[in-house]
Structure formats: structure tokens, C-alpha cells
Design a protein around this ligand. Structure first.
Ligand SMILES: Cc1cc2nc3c(=O)[nH]c(=O)nc-3n(C[C@H](O)[C@H](O)[C@H](O)COP(=O)(O)O)c2cc1C
Length: 190
């Protein structure tokens, strides 16, 4: 019992269009020493074998880029510990918008037991596809707040390793608590 069950396997699964979420995923993999996979490359067996998952997704037009993957893999992930890192352009105080992202994108049965972290992303206007530029332009037009409109027209480049500290601490806490509990139970029953 003891060896296999006392080791918690973690896996980072992410998707990224312009690289911000990928950068965070790579830093997490280095810091936590757990493997990372792009969402398009995961197999059911890899997901099944993991005890906990870090799921990284950017937000586009209010929608998680990992939404399809989450829906497709619900059966396989619903009983695992899930950490979400959501890469986006909201300011830390925009709680209503952030809550709405979560409500609109995460099925209720995993929402309550997941740990959810918002990370500031990167949006460099001249690097966007024509379609994405158009989408941003539409977003600017419908935004009523002039300050926010101005912010949306400017580049955003807030991807920093330090932003990951709270998430890394939380994963480490979970991991070491899990190790401790399983080693205690080995001692008790052994
Ligand atoms: C077309 C477009 C739509 C976006 N929509 C949203 C949005 O609805 N909410 C938000 O907070 N950020 C939005 N963003 C910002 C992205 O989430 C941000 O740029 C993120 O860093 C992208 O991550 P990626 O580089 O991993 O793809 C949008 C960006 C683009 C280009």
C-alpha cells in the first residue's frame, strides 16, 4: 500500500493562444517539478493517473479557452483536486467580472471544490490576428467606462513569475498535507 499511495501525482494542463498561459505553465512546472501538457495532447490515461491537476486557461470574450476540454474530461476530473489558473485582463478589484467568468465556465460540481487563481496576462495589440483586433475593437466600443476603454486600447504586459507565489504555496500545502496524511496512515496501520 504505502509506496504508491503515498505519492501524489500532479499534472499541469494548459492552453494558450499568444503564450502568456504557456509561460505561467512552464514556470509552474519548474517550481513544482510536475509535468505539463497542452490540452490538445492529453490522453485519458494521463488524466486518470493524476491525483491533482493544475488547469491553465486564458479568457477570450468571457470564455475559457479550456472550456471544451473541461467539459469533455468532466468524468475524469470531477473527483480530483483541481487548481485553476485563469489568465486574463481584469484588474484585481474587478471581482464581479471574475465571478462571472467562473460561474459561466466552470460546471457547479467542480466549482466549489476547486482552488481558483486569477493571473494577469499579456495583450500586445500589434501581435494580434486581424480577427482578434476586431474583437478587441468591438469590446472597446461596448465598454462604458472611459478609463477601462483607455486601458483596453493600450498594451498589457503583466506576466511575471512572482504572480504565481500564492498558487505555488497553495499547491505545496496541499501536497505536503497529503504526504503527511498518507505517511501517518501507513504508521498507524503498519
Ligand atoms: C480577442 C481577445 C479577447 C479577450 N477577451 C478577454 C475577456 O473577455 N476578458 C479578459 O479578462 N481578458 C480578455 N482578453 C485578454 C486575454 O485573456 C489575455 O491577453 C491573455 O493573456 C491571453 O492569454 P494567452 O497568451 O495564453 O492566449 C482578450 C484578449 C483578446 C486578444
Amino acid at each position: 500500500m504505502k509506496n504508491k499511495d503515498s505519492i501524489l501525482n500532479g499534472l499541469i494542463i494548459y492552453n494558450s493562444k499568444y503564450g502568456a498561459t504557456r509561460q505561467y505553465a512552464e514556470w509552474l512546472a519548474q517550481a513544482l517539478k510536475i509535468p505539463l501538457i497542452r490540452s490538445g495532447e492529453t490522453t485519458a490515461a494521463q488524466v486518470t493517473n493524476a491525483d491533482f491537476l493544475l488547469i491553465g486557461t486564458p479568457v477570450y470574450m468571457g470564455k475559457f479557452r479550456m472550456l471544451k476540454w473541461i467539459r469533455k474530461n468532466m468524468k475524469n476530473i470531477r473527483n480530483k483536486k483541481l487548481f485553476f489558473f485563469i489568465v486574463n485582463a481584469t484588474a484585481p478589484g474587478e471581482l464581479a467580472k471574475r465571478d462571472k467568468f467562473v460561474l459561466d465556465n466552470l460546471p457547479g460540481e467542480i466549482r466549489a471544490k476547486s482552488s481558483i487563481y486569477f493571473l494577469p496576462g499579456r495583450l500586445i495589440h500589434k501581435k494580434l490576428t486581424l480577427f482578434d483586433r476586431l474583437m478587441v475593437a468591438i469590446g472597446v466600443r461596448i465598454e462604458k467606462n472611459p478609463e477601462k476603454r483607455k486601458a483596453m486600447r493600450s498594451d498589457l504586459d503583466a506576466v511575471k513569475k512572482d504572480n504565481l507565489t500564492p498558487l505555488i504555496n497553495s499547491v505545496n500545502d496541499f501536497y505536503y498535507r497529503g504526504q503527511l496524511l498518507s505517511s501517518t496512515s501507513v504508521a498507524t496501520h503498519g
